[in-house]
Design a protein around this ligand. Sequence first.
Ligand SMILES: NC(=O)c1ccc[n+]([C@@H]2O[C@H](COP(=O)([O-])OP(=O)(O)OC[C@H]3O[C@@H](n4cnc5c(N)ncnc54)[C@H](O)[C@@H]3O)[C@@H](O)[C@H]2O)c1
Length: 313
Amino acid sequence: MSGRHVLVTGGAGFIGSHLVEALLERGDRVRVLDSFDPYYDPAVKRRNLQGALDDIELLEGDLRDLGLLARAVQGVDSVVHLAARAGVRSSLELPVSYMEVNVAGTQGLLEAMREAGVTHLVAASSSSVYGARSQGPFRESDPLGVPASPYAASKHAMEIVCRTWQQLFDLQLTMLRFFTVYGPRQRPDMAIHGFARKIKAGEPITMFGDGSTLRDYTYIGDIVKGLLASVDRPLPCAVLNLGNTNPIRLDALIRKLGHALGIDPQVVRSGNQPGDVPLTWADVSLANQLLGYRPTTSLEQGLERFVGWLEQV
Ligand SMILES: NC(=O)c1ccc[n+]([C@@H]2O[C@H](COP(=O)([O-])OP(=O)(O)OC[C@H]3O[C@@H](n4cnc5c(N)ncnc54)[C@H](O)[C@@H]3O)[C@@H](O)[C@H]2O)c1
């Protein structure tokens, strides 16, 4: 389908900029709201959007600005809400800001949508809402554990706020729980990106814990397919995992990344990090049933593409 008018909040970020390009490619009209937040270098975000700038409407400003939100939602068919303070570890240092942006910011967006009569929202949640679990795969119907970080708490709270609005005002709502997304333009604070730069520079990398933590690394191209399908198929109310269904140990990830880079990584061990969870592992059968979502990129293929991109920036 094409020809929709879509607002993408956080459209200059890692996931957002890939989605913006995919929407443009198929002929959708795109408006982006992004504050170019300094959590990581805003120049990186400007580069992310560079190729799309002539074809989008860019509203530069903060999600917490209610006047800006009112303009941002005017006349759109769907809102894809990706703007957030992301990152588990930094949330332990700035918990208030995580709540202000991820929870209060989302509430402002919902209110702006209601006032403008915009009824379709796709919102980014996170595997972190499942809490610290050692058994998987994680299903959307599972009870959610205690959030292990302020970031996880903010995403859990965001889901509750969206769900409340959905019930009060008949919103069509799809909340997508992303599982560790990676690929070209990945946020520099994330493990694969941070490790790769150090390995390339011949520096040792710090592995927190004993290497046994498991993550379901999901390639950006697969996530974008799930996002596009969510834009195309408004659902009354759904929470869906978007993952790869194949958790990998941290020490194995480091080996595979070293292989993709052609360099043997030097690893320094350190203690467990507060906020980290032992396992993420998505069951994606519901996303498959409702969206036709099926991840197709293996970790090896995805790492190769990521390394190819890193060589060029
Ligand atoms: N990358 C992952 O593995 C992952 C996993 C689970 C969930 N998520 C969620 O997906 C979304 C996108 O993540 P990402 O990795 O692309 O992060 P990102 O930091 O690259 O993108 C987020 C964007 O939001 C913008 N932003 C931040 N605060 C803002 C504010 N107050 N007002 C307006 N814009 C603001 C930033 O400038 C940035 O461009 C986030 O909601 C994140 O929580 C990501």
